[in-house]
Unconditional design. Sequence first.
Length: 298
Amino acid sequence: MDAVISFLFILTLAPVAPLESSFRAVVERVLGDTRIFTGEEVRLRCSVPDPHGSRWDHQWFKGSEKLVQTGEPLVLWKVRVKDSGKYYCRGVRDTAVGNIYTLQSLPVEINVDGGWAILQVPSQPGLVGKTLTLTCRVRGNAPIHERILYRDKVEIMKQSGPHFHLNNLTLGDQGMYSCRASWNQDRRTRSVLSVDASVQVLEVLTQPILEIVEHHFQMLRLICHLQYNAHPPAPPIIYYFYKNDQRLGTATSENRDLVKQSPGRYSCKAKVPQLGISRWSEPTSFGQVAAVNLSPTQ
């Protein structure tokens, strides 16, 4: 009997894992930018996409450190360089069985600059064929007469205004960007240079890769893998599957198809009709295939 009581006592002392819901909190900026000067303000908002409309409180984190601030929004007043970092939030709700927590949000990164010039870049990567706008900001109200944009330390654009538009983006536009601003003061030309900021450019639709998986009952499962980077709301993708340059079945919104197992060279095509984009996979052989030079016809 004593042994049973001791066992129950140990169980009561054991730490209980916090209850976690399947919801993931979402953090977004409602004031300020991801790159700002010291002394400015950033305001972040936390929300929980709960279809049941339950009320959630909010906890905030900078990296792995839990902040004393709770609720929403999180306001960072007169930021300093040490306030730079990745900020997260999560929802918490008090229930009859204890606190329930959401999954932690994806981060919002804040970079606080103590210098005189900042190159602000969008938080989302640019897309091939689209336009990306970069902004060269200068602390104070200096009468700027020239701004220069650099990519990988090479000058690519010069103008007086703060906004640089990179039109018809290509993958070659990726790189580390900075800007220089110059103005005249006290009969002297003053010039300031920003720190580098990374610009990433993605294809709207990457080249598909066809995976062939042997299935039951002498069948093959064809899976067309790709990355689709269109900004929401993204128009639908239509998939086509081919064997020896001959289309199998009808077009489908699913990236997979089940076909009868037989040797051949298989490929797939992904098409976004609303964007006028289509990409082919490289042919993939299954079984003993005759050495015939086959290529899909667009």
